[in-house]
Ligand binder design. Structure first.
Ligand SMILES: CC(C)(COP(=O)(O)OP(=O)(O)OC[C@H]1O[C@@H](n2cnc3c(N)ncnc32)[C@H](O)[C@@H]1OP(=O)(O)O)[C@@H](O)C(=O)NCCC(=O)NCCS
Length: 145
């Protein structure tokens, strides 16, 4: 299966990214449109994966917390394309961007995704927030040096 990775540029591409985020990370918990975004979108680095027909099949986002630390949020792959390497390519692209400016990446992983990040050398630190009253998150970190 063939897919490509890039940074969204057009309004249409950004809308497709937010739509995928919403469908994977918000809709199953009956959360409204708009809840898939935060106040850091314009200051963040966005990555999207597309299939051969240019449909968005995965997304991820990186922002900088300070001079030494970057944070990943909103990693999402559509269910039909899970476990085929899409998440890996998105994560690697975000890590490359982070390496250019800092040496640590942190993230809050959903409990079901911890195994994915552990495979990518993220260390499990502690329980963090509970989202929508049901999705436990765990703080994880990777040293890029
Ligand atoms: C978690 C997620 C981003 C992973 O993306 P993906 O494209 O399925 O991951 P990959 O195919 O690149 O997987 C890389 C490796 O991690 C493993 N893996 C993937 N998802 C996993 C999971 N949830 N738990 C444990 N291992 C996982 C794969 O089996 C693969 O292992 P291998 O290298 O031994 O073959 C994706 O499954 C997803 O969007 N899930 C639903 C939304 C979500 O939970 N997002 C994360 C929010 S923190």
């Amino acid at each position: 299966m063939h897919f490509t990775i890039k940074q969204p540029e057009t309004k249409k591409e950004f809308e497709a990214c937010y739509d995928l985020r919403w469908r994977v990370l918000r809709e199953p918990w009956q959360q409204p449109r708009g809840s898939e975004k935060d106040e850091l979108e314009n200051k963040s680095i966005h990555i999207m994966a597309c299939d051969e027909n240019n449909n968005v099949i995965g997304v991820g986002r990186l922002h900088f917390n300070n001079e030494t630390e970057a944070q990943i949020r909103y990693m999402a792959v559509v269910p039909e394309y899970e476990k085929q390497g899409v998440g890996t390519l998105i994560l690697e692209a975000l890590e490359e961007k982070a390496k250019q400016q800092c040496n640590i990446i942190v993230l809050d992983a959903r409990e079901n995704a911890i195994g994915f990040y552990q495979k990518k050398d993220y260390e499990l630190l502690e329980k963090s927030h509970l989202l929508f009253g049901s999705i436990q998150h765990y703080r994880m970190e990777k040293n890029l040096l």
